[in-house]
Design a protein around this ligand. Structure first.
Ligand code: ACO
Length: 427
């Protein structure tokens, strides 16, 4: 296999090295292009641009493969706990029992959030979108934990990671309870990571909270499936913000904002709202498929299509099965699940979707599970953020430890050329 690409422009030939990854994906390293030929590459939306070398997550969109540190997502979702997966993503290997116990204890020891943070929560209106609240609170953590992280010290890095892993679920739970007008729950020391999330989110002030096994399993699986997805919009945001040496919490807050959009993590909320709208409209799935195909109609089939997966999204397959199982276990008959299945069935036969390789993505069925667990629709993207936290941390850590340069793309300017200022009286 050739190890270089030769590019000729204006009679200048430039040899550009080809970099090949462990799964034989290849990239042309264009770093020398500008100095040698005065050229940059142009790729709006970074559709064909690699921004880094990474050892964290591998995905093959054509074959529907997703692996964290080499482990298949199917196997992790079936066998692992979310905390094991978090450790794997962040530190590179599955933890042994001592490492996992220490990680869990260190996280627990950091699971208190300064009481003053409650004052910030109180200042938000109840109707504020939880993603906005979560991004603000995550950013505010910087003010309450002012020491900066020495990225050259593994111990310092570890402490910062345990801190955010401990505090983030508290913020998530508080954010939800705010919308419901419920008092804050602090979790319990004897509960594990997922159980504490459940207690902090779902406990009622006048009841002893009992862990439901099906809910715990479903939540564990959903969080694992969302834990990382290489250089997507929010992860690239975390890396690029972190590359300016902004702190971990500030970088994560930026990632949360990026995730919020309906074309990214916000799609899970949009999917459920779409399914509900179809149900209320009488359940005519064909009508909505036609709207999605109509180029004069801005409506898109939410939860369908993916920048990278052009065959199937392996996470969607696992979630669809999990949705069936958890609804069955909890004895819930949700009509929107039938609508979702009908939409999928019909879209997968329709040339519009087939030709464009549009398949259900991770968000198509996840909202149905979240709803069955009693999570309000506006919280769905927050749940995505909760799952994505270890991925963002892992990517931030890799970027900082790798001493990557500040992220700063270039552009081709297409505006006016030099012109003279015109006095306001003459405009
Ligand atoms: N419904 C209808 N048509 C669609 C859809 C959809 N959901 N998705 C893509 N298309 C069409 C586009 O109109 C376009 O058609 P054209 O070639 O005739 O112009 C073609 O398919 C390609 O679409 P692009 O938007 O160019 O694809 P891109 O890779 O840029 O976007 C994206 C991917 C944003 C996910 C898109 O498929 C989409 O908007 N899906 C709905 C939102 C969604 O579910 N987002 C969650 C993604 S997963 C995640 O972030 C966790």
């Amino acid at each position: 296999m050739s190890t270089k690409v030769t590019l000729t422009y204006n009679n200048i030939s430039v040899d550009l090295p080809v970099i090949t990854g462990t799964e034989n994906e290849s990239a042309v390293d264009i770093a020398a292009l500008r100095s040698a030929a005065n050229l940059i590459t142009l790729d709006p939306g970074y559709k064909n641009t690699g921004s880094c070398l990474s050892t964290i997550t591998f995905l093959d969109g054509d074959l529907g493969i997703l692996r964290y540190r080499g482990y298949a997502i199917e196997e992790l979702a079936e066998k692992a706990t979310f905390l094991e997966v978090a450790y794997l993503l962040i530190f590179g290997e599955l933890p042994n029992i001592d490492q996992l116990t220490k990680f869990q204890n260190d996280i627990k020891a950091n699971s208190f959030v300064d009481e003053d943070v409650k004052k910030i929560i109180d200042a938000f209106p109840k109707a504020a979108h939880p993603m906005g609240v979560l991004a603000s609170l995550t950013s505010a953590l910087t003010a309450f934990n002012p020491s900066s992280v020495n990225v050259d010290s593994d111990e310092d890095m570890y402490k910062a990671i345990a801190k955010i892993m401990g505090k983030f679920p508290v913020l998530v739970a508080w954010t939800m309870r705010k919308t419901q007008g419920l008092p804050i729950d602090y979790g319990a020391k004897d509960l594990d990571y997922i159980e504490n999330i459940m207690k902090m989110m779902f406990s009622q002030p006048n009841e002893t909270y009992i862990i439901n096994k099906s809910v715990k399993e479903a939540l564990n699986k959903l969080l694992i499936l969302h834990a990382d997805h290489e250089q997507n919009c929010s992860t690239s945001t975390v890396r690029i913000v972190g590359s300016s040496q902004a702190g971990l919490f500030a970088s994560l807050s930026a990632g949360i904002s990026a995730l919020w959009g309906p074309l990214h993590g916000g799609a899970n909320q949009a999917v459920l709202e779409m399914l509900e709208a179809i149900r209320l409209d009488g359940g005519d799935t064909e009508k909505f498929l036609n709207k999605a195909k109509d180029k004069d109609d801005p409506f898109r089939l939410m939860g369908f299509g993916h920048r990278v997966y052009k065959n199937f999204d392996p996470r969607a397959r696992i979630i669809k099965k999990a949705a069936d199982e958890v609804l069955d276990d909890l004895g819930i008959d949700d009509p929107v699940l039938d609508i979702a299945k009908a939409l999928e069935r019909e879209a997968l036969k329709d040339p519009y979707f087939v030709d464009r390789k549009l398949y259900p993505n991770v968000d198509f069925y996840s909202g149905i599970i979240y709803r069955s667990l009693g999570i309000p629709v506006q919280m769905f993207t927050v749940m995505f953020a909760l799952g994505r936290l270890p991925g963002w941390i892992a990517q931030w850590r890799e970027m900082r430890k790798g001493k990557e340069p500040i992220g700063r793309p270039r552009q081709i300017y297409t505006g006016p050329t030099l012109r003279s200022y015109i006095d306001i009286s003459k405009r």
